[in-house]
Ligand binder design. Structure first.
Ligand code: NIG
Ligand code: FE
Length: 417
């Protein structure tokens, strides 16, 4: 199967040499080709260039589909490197409690929050969890996401953590978009371990991690290293145990305070440290020239009214930044990456180019898929979207809340939603 996209107003995020991510001032650079064509063969990007070069590059022998992209932009799909989209029930009642004045941490202390989701997940079958998660996958595909990381963490006992990870494995097998799986047994301390959290950490280390590894259920390991959840010391023990099984960390860090999450993440060469509402000069200096991608989750900060992560300061200090949705029922019940892009520009003063890098190339690095996704490059998987008639690359973040994505192509196939 061959598809030709022609007369593309602007082909966005073209990367011609191998490139893992963009940092600092480079984040303001996005290469685009105006009046472009792009050829997809089977599931990969075969060729692209200016329209006036098309004649030299292609012969219309086996061409099957031509799409006229006049006035339209073509982007690589969004990569969403941090979600919790397998869950049983949404949590509107907590949303209303917060409107009335309770904080996220107070709700969690009263047995709501993650523990509430764990109780509901326990009562829900794998089939039901798979079905509702696949509905969410379809929802995010429609809004331009072509790869997503999904965490466990609503199990909080060995059996239910494994159940969640099996659901994620089934999503991997049944979803057209690329999925990566992260084990997050240390997401919250269950009620019965409230007075002795290190006993729960022992279970994560001695029971859960060996089984997760034996069944090859996870690509990465995560810990909610934060105030009221898991300490830097707990995190250190868990990441050390994960490392023995080859599980690279991607951790929750510094959402609710200066908790040492960045320090322990860098120590274990985490692929990413995520949230970063509380990050100062020390953490920024530590992250410089590491292989750890600072990842900011604007949806959670927006939904919980958290102080904003100092993204400008991080980029100006030379760091790379990725943006992800954190799609989950408690702190970010949306996986809409166009909206995340708008928040990036509006709330964090990121340029449209910086947001594009943060949601494609850098995010692909943060979930370990930059060899095959995250840019318009020959040989990468043809996960793309075509916009509606728009002005330019500032249009997507500018029209916050609007759906400007007209056509989605996944694995070289046009999606009919
Ligand atoms: O990334 N911070 C920890 N975990 C999620 C929230 C999960 C929940 O509230 O259910 C987050 O925000
Ligand atoms: Fe999260």
């Amino acid at each position: 199967m061959k598809i030709l996209l022609e007369n593309i107003k602007e082909l966005v995020q073209v990367v011609e040499e191998p490139l893992l991510f963009r940092s600092g001032a480079e984040m303001g650079t996005v290469k685009t080709i105006r009046n472009a064509f792009l050829i997809i063969r089977d599931e990969v990007i075969e060729e692209f260039g200016r329209m006036d070069q098309l004649k030299d590059k292609y012969m219309d022998d086996d061409l099957l589909i031509e799409i006229d992209c006049s006035n339209r932009l073509v982007y690589p799909s969004f990569v969403d490197s941090h979600t919790h989209l397998v869950y049983s029930n949404s949590r509107e009642s907590e949303f209303v409690s917060r409107i009335k004045g309770l904080t996220y941490e107070e709700i969690a202390r009263n047995g709501g929050g993650i523990l509430n989701s764990a109780k509901r997940l326990h009562e829900t079958s794998e089939e039901e969890l798979h079905k509702s998660a696949m509905d969410r996958i379809l929802e995010i595909m429609k809004t331009g996401t072509g790869a997503v990381e999904i965490k466990s963490g609503y199990g909080l006992n060995t059996e239910d953590e494994l159940k969640m990870l099996r659901v994620i494995r089934k999503i991997k097998e049944t979803s057209p978009i690329c999925i990566r799986s992260t084990f997050l047994g240390a997401h919250a301390v269950p009620e019965e371990f409230k007075n002795n959290p290190s006993e729960y950490v022992d279970i994560v280390i001695n029971e859960m991690i060996p089984q997760v590894a034996a069944d090859e259920l996870a690509d990465f390991i995560d810990v909610f290293c934060d105030k009221g959840f898991f300490s830097q010391q707990d995190t250190d023990r868990i990441l050390m145990a994960g490392m023995k099984y080859g599980l690279r960390p991607k951790i929750h860090a510094n959402e609710l305070g200066y908790t040492g999450g960045v320090q322990v993440g860098v120590k274990y060469n985490a692929l990413s440290v995520d949230h970063l509402e509380y990050i100062g000069d020390e953490e920024i200096a530590l992250l410089k020239n590491t292989e750890t991608m600072p990842t900011v989750l604007p949806g959670a900060a927006f939904f919980l009214n958290l102080p904003l992560s100092p993204v400008r300061k991080m980029i100006d200090a030379g760091l790379p930044v990725a943006l992800a949705s954190d799609y989950n029922p408690g702190s970010s019940p949306s996986g809409n990456m166009s909206f995340i892009s708008s928040l990036g520009c509006i709330k964090y003063d990121m340029l449209p180019e910086e947001v594009i890098n943060a949601t494609t190339l850098n995010a692909a690095y943060a979930m370990g898929v930059s060899d095959c996704l995250g840019s318009i490059s020959k040989g990468k998987i043809a996960n793309l979207f075509i916009t509606s008639d728009v002005d330019g690359i500032a249009s997507l973040p500018y029209h916050f809340g609007s759906d400007l994505i007209e056509t989605v192509i996944i694995n070289g196939e046009i999606q009919n939603f």
